[in-house]
Design a protein around this ligand. Structure first.
Ligand code: GZL
Length: 307
C-alpha cells in the first residue's frame, strides 16, 4: 500500500524575487492615482520584485480579503494603504501569526495596534495641517470665517490634517472655522458639499476654504465660481497634496497655497521590502519630506511636477 506521506508539505520555493502583496484603497483622487502609478512602475522596472496588486474600491472589507489572500499565497511582505484607522486587528494578527511583515503606506492605523506592523511609510499629516493653517492665516490677514472640507471619515490623513490645522488655528483667534464637513477626498463630493454650504447661513460670509486634499479644493473652486464668487481672491483656498492641477489653479489665481504630500512612494516601499527580506531592521516611520507652495514658487515649480 502507498505509505501516507508524513513529511511536511513542501515549503514555498525560495525565489530570488521579493514577493509583495499591496492592498490599495481605490482611485478616489489624483494623488491616489499617482501613488498607484509609482508603485506599479517601480515594480515593473525591477526584475527582483514581484507585485501582487489589489484595488479595494474604497471598501475596507475588500482590503481585508486581499490581505487574507496574500497570507494564503505566502507573500514575503504585505503592504497596504489602510482606508481608515480602525478594524485591522484580526487580519493583521493573522499576518503576524503567518510571520509575514506588514508595511503601512501613506495612511496609519490605531496607535494601539502599532505592534501589528513593521513600518509606516508616509507623511506627517499633523505638520501638513499646521502648515496649511499658517498659510491660511497669512492669506486672510489673520481674520475671517473659513470652511474646512475634511477627507474620508476615519482616515488618518483626515484626522491628523484636521488636528494640525485646528491646533494651529488656536493661535489665530480672529479666524473662525464656521463649518467643517467631510468631502470624502473626492472632487465630486467636495463640490457638492461646498455648493450646499454656500447656500446655507454659514456660507453667507466666507473668506477662506481649507481642503484636506486638492481634489476637494478643485471641486470647491467650481462651486464658488458657479455661485458667482472669485476663488483665490474673494475666498482664499488652501489645500494639501500638490497634484499638477493644483499648481495650475495657483497659476490661474484660483488657489492660494498647496501643501505638498508625496505620493511617489514606490521606490521607498520596495526598498523597505527588500531590506526586510534581507533581515534588516526598518525605522517604525519612514517619513516623506515635503514643501509648501504658494504664488511664484508654485508657478516656477509647475513644469517639474511629476504627478
Ligand atoms: C495621503 C492620502 C490621501 C491624499 C488624498 O497620504 O492618504 O488620500 O491626501 C487621498 O488625495 O485620497
Amino acid at each position: 500500500e502507498t505509505s501516507k506521506s508524513t513529511e511536511a508539505p513542501p515549503a514555498k520555493p525560495a525565489s530570488d524575487k521579493v514577493v509583495v502583496g499591496f492592498s490599495q484603497i481605490g482611485a478616489e483622487s489624483g494623488w491616489r492615482g499617482a501613488e498607484t502609478q509609482s508603485i506599479q512602475d517601480t515594480a515593473k522596472a525591477d526584475s527582483t520584485i514581484e507585485l501582487k496588486f489589489s484595488d479595494a474600491q474604497q471598501k475596507q472589507e475588500n482590503q481585508i480579503k486581499a490581505i487574507r489572500s496574500f497570507i494564503a499565497q505566502k507573500v514575503d511582505v504585505i503592504a497596504m494603504a489602510p482606508v481608515v484607522e480602525t478594524g485591522w486587528e484580526a487580519v493583521l494578527k493573522e499576518a503576524k501569526d503567518a510571520k509575514i511583515p506588514v508595511i503601512l503606506v501613506d495612511r496609519g492605523i490605531d496607535k494601539k495596534n502599532e505592534d501589528l506592523y513593521t513600518s509606516f511609510i508616509g507623511s506627517d499629516f499633523i505638520l501638513e495641517g499646521q502648515n496649511a493653517a499658517k498659510a491660511m492665516a497669512e492669506h486672510l490677514g489673520d481674520k475671517g470665517n473659513i470652511i474646512e472640507l475634511e477627507g474620508t471619515v476615519g482616515a488618518s490623513a483626515a484626522i491628523d490634517r484636521k488636528k494640525g490645522f485646528d491646533d494651529e488655528m488656536k493661535n489665530h483667534p480672529n479666524i473662525k472655522i464656521v463649518k467643517s464637513q467631510s468631502g470624502d477626498f473626492t472632487r465630486a463630493t467636495g463640490k457638492q458639499v461646498m455648493e450646499a454650504i454656500l447656500k446655507s447661513p454659514e456660507g453667507k460670509d466666507i473668506q477662506g476654504v481649507y481642503a484636506h486634499n486638492d481634489d476637494m479644493a478643485l471641486g470647491a473652486i467650481q462651486a464658488i465660481e458657479e455661485a458667482g464668487k472669485k476663488p483665490g481672491s474673494d475666498i482664499k483656498i488652501v489645500s494639501v497634496d500638490g497634484i499638477k492641477e493644483a499648481f495650475e489653479a495657483i497659476k490661474a489665481g484660483k488657489l492660494n497655497t498647496v501643501v505638498e504630500c508625496n505620493p511617489l512612494l514606490g521606490p521607498q516601499l520596495f526598498q523597505a521590502a527588500k531590506d526586510l527580506k534581507a533581515g534588516k531592521q526598518l525605522p517604525k516611520w519612514i517619513k516623506s519630506n515635503e514643501e509648501v507652495f504658494s504664488g511664484q514658487k508654485a508657478i516656477d515649480a509647475l513644469p517639474n511636477r511629476k504627478y
